[in-house]
Design a protein around this ligand. Structure first.
Ligand SMILES: Cc1cc2nc3c(=O)[nH]c(=O)nc-3n(C[C@H](O)[C@H](O)[C@H](O)COP(=O)(O)OP(=O)(O)OC[C@H]3O[C@@H](n4cnc5c(N)ncnc54)[C@H](O)[C@@H]3O)c2cc1C
Length: 472
């Protein structure tokens, strides 16, 4: 068993820490933000100081895969989220039988457990405190890596981390879980190695959202999926914990006509004009303004460019490895899948074989989480270009079968119960689009029921009406 240091105690970092500690590893987590998790969900939402996570109070939704992994690996944590007011929901139950074909055996897999990010993270933190073999020290910032004797000629071997206080914490394996803004390339360069192969780009979206609290204990009725497209904008309606939910408008950050949506009245005017979601703002707003975030990077790191590790004794998990625009809400699910992948790799190849471990983790990452990253990126790139085309009044037709099939599948999901389940498997990070399309008869059904997707009558305001409302 290994001594593992995890850099960062965010929502996935803590999950990884608990999973590894359960397997018998000794885990030290170092988290830069000093404030401990508050004692209750209200305080977590209201005052927990988490500067290290920019998106801490922005709309989040935890998908079925996140719930599934928690129940497999950390059932007490799933129970803690629920006990703290987390929302257990099966989207299939809200769909009329005429569309879903009725509840079937196996449909339990779509169940999810969600809540506001701060609230879920507090519940996770409350279980970390009770995990044997795991320590989480808050207020400790990592500033660099320690180098020991090479185990592979000319390639630095990481043997621990150095904190901002100059403390040296030794480990058999260092795992970077420090999120989107991870400084790993800089730390590696300071060891005298080349950095990872990194691809990064502004995802090009802007998010404008607000949370609400129910006035009567009822949650808004879902008249469509969580993410709905309305021409040149999209809207996310995300039910959360303790009778709360969020509504977020997603626009292209380059679409200057939409920047007026930072204003509460204009934002409300636009949401009110979207027929399937207008009623989602019939609650008490929790924030007195529209919460906005932009310049969200799509970023991917390859720690073995050309098949050669940049260093041994180091791994990057979750957002520190790769992150995308979050409109499909996959970050925590992909992150926990990655955490499971690291645990499984450590079972197969112990930390006493760092060269083999580096290779095996890269291979496993490519097989488990990389396809999700690629699929999300492709989806986002098309949606961004589609939004731009709609704003310009032209038809977006990239001639890409993936784009055609994605749209056809979405439309067919409302017309056939098997396609609906395939759609929910993709949405819930339960099965990859390619696997879903390869199911017997799926391709034929998607064509039969969805090929006319371009003929769907658009609902909601026209582009001109949107622009007028966003600038009224
Ligand atoms: C606007 C937005 C909305 C999102 N919505 C969703 C959603 O709906 N569903 C979903 O699943 N995902 C969503 N995500 C993604 C999700 O937030 C991330 O995937 C998730 O936070 C990753 O967890 P993590 O533990 O890897 O990193 P983080 O949660 O980012 O945690 C990193 C931690 O590392 C600490 N740290 C950083 N540097 C250091 C250092 N040098 N030393 C010590 N500690 C350090 C930070 O303080 C922080 O606590 C969203 C992201 C954004 C930007």
């Amino acid at each position: 068993m290994a001594d593992v240091v995890i850099v960062g105690g965010g929502v996935v970092g803590m999950g990884l820490g608990m999973i590894l500690a359960r397997d018998g590893h000794t885990v030290s987590m170092l988290e830069r933000d000093a404030e401990p998790a508050p004692g209750d969900p209200d305080a977590a939402w209201g005052r927990w100081d988490r500067k290290g996570v920019t998106q801490f109070r922005l709309a989040h939704f935890f998908l079925a895969r996140y719930r599934q992994i928690l129940e497999e690996e950390l059932p007490e944590t799933a129970a803690a989220i629920e006990a703290d007011g987390g929302l257990r929901l099966n989207p299939l139950r809200g769909i009329p039988d005429a569309v879903s074909g009725g509840f079937r055996e196996g449909d339990e897999r779509y169940e999810l457990l969600s809540g506001r990010r701060a609230v879920v993270e507090r519940s996770v933190a409350s279980m970390v405190e009770r995990s044997p073999g795991l320590s989480l020290r808050r207020g400790v910032a990592v500033e660099g890596l320690l180098r020991g004797p090479d185990v592979m000629a000319g390639i630095p071997h990481v043997t621990g981390v150095r904190t901002s206080d100059g403390e040296e914490v030794r480990a058999d394996l260092v795992v970077d879980c420090s999120g989107r803004r991870s400084a790993l390339p800089t730390w590696l360069e300071a060891l005298g190695t080349r950095g990872p192969d990194e691809q990064a780009d502004d995802s090009g979206f802007i998010y404008l959202g607000r949370h609400f609290h129910s006035r009567d204990g009822q949650m808004p009725f879902a008249l469509g999926p969580l993410l709905q497209n309305y021409g040149s904008i999209s809207v996310l309606t995300l039910p959360a914990d303790n009778e709360t939910w969020s509504v977020t408008l997603v626009a292209r950050s380059g679409d200057r006509a939409m920047l007026g949506l930072k204003d509460v009245e204009r934002w409300e005017g636009v949401v009110r004009s979207l027929p399937t979601v207008a009623h989602w703002i019939d609650g008490d707003p929790i924030e007195d303004r529209i919460m906005t975030i932009t310049k969200i990077e799509d970023r991917h790191r390859d720690l073995r460019p050309g098949g050669v590790p940049v260093a041994t004794g180091i791994a990057a998990v979750a957002d520190a490895w790769a992150c995308t625009n979050p409109s499909v809400g996959r970050g925590a699910s992909i992150g926990m899948l990655h955490a499971q992948t690291l645990r499984n790799t450590l079972r197969d190849v112990g930390p006493d074989r760092p060269v083999e471990l580096s290779e095996a983790f890269a291979v496993a990452t490519a097989a488990t989480v990389e396809p999700w990253y690629r699929a999300t990126l492709a989806f986002d790139r098309h949606r961004l270009a589609e939004m731009a085309a709609i704003a310009e009044g032209v038809v977006y037709d990239p001639g890409d079968p993936l784009y055609e099939m994605t749209n056809a599948l979405a439309v067919a999901s409302g017309r056939d119960p098997d396609v609906l389940r395939g759609f929910l498997d993709i949405v819930g990070v339960l099965d990859l689009p390619n696997n879903v399309m390869a199911r017997p008869g799926m391709f034929e059904k998607v064509i039969e029921y969805g090929a006319d997707w371009r003929a769907q009558e658009p609902i909601g305001p026209t582009r001109d009406e949107l622009v007028a409302m966003a600038n009224a």
